[in-house]
Ligand binder design. Sequence first.
Ligand SMILES: C[S@@+](CC[C@H](N)C(=O)[O-])C[C@H]1O[C@@H](n2cnc3c(N)ncnc32)[C@H](O)[C@@H]1O
Length: 188
Amino acid sequence: MADRSGWEAKYRSAARSIPDPDTFLCEARSYLPRHGVGAAADVASGGGRHALRLARWGFRVQAIDYSDEALRLCSERAAASGLKIETACVDLESPVVDLGIDRFDVVSVFNYLHRPLIPILKQSLRPGGIVIYKTYTRKQLQFGTGPKNPDFLLDENELPQLFAGFRHLLYRETCASEAAAALIAQRP
Ligand SMILES: C[S@@+](CC[C@H](N)C(=O)[O-])C[C@H]1O[C@@H](n2cnc3c(N)ncnc32)[C@H](O)[C@@H]1O
């Protein structure tokens, strides 16, 4: 996976058009509060393709990433779409990272893993709040794309264990064109 300067370069040269969100986000919609009422965080948001969709559904969204270029791109895309997104430049791997407590109704994470962040994500959700999490598993190594470092790849059945204590609403591991684990879970 790229380092910070690599991400900055990627987003600096990215197209201004908005890529489609992962279809898992759309699948998760039926588990979310109706009419998009509430606060959402898109964590490791990149250029905000998931943040923008959550905002379109009516959530007050904060896009969180450590790449200024990603957040600038996200804000530009939001403005061009007539949407409002708050951005926060945060190093999610800092030992003092703080996303607040009982703050969000929805937290989405796509294509990012830093295991020590999971308890911080859990406590940032309000009771009843929903986490939508999808990222690569170790089986992705066979495809030769995506992260190579095992620290960034989930083990089999690991994602539900990371969200132990939550109510698991949907869990799936797939290995087709990519190998990923996807979870929707609710804070009790
Ligand atoms: C593979 S991209 C995923 C972007 C987005 N979630 C998506 O699926 O389109 C990973 C993102 O994680 C961000 N990232 C990586 N390490 C980070 C860190 N330590 N703190 C905050 N963001 C980080 C990168 O800047 C990048 O935007």
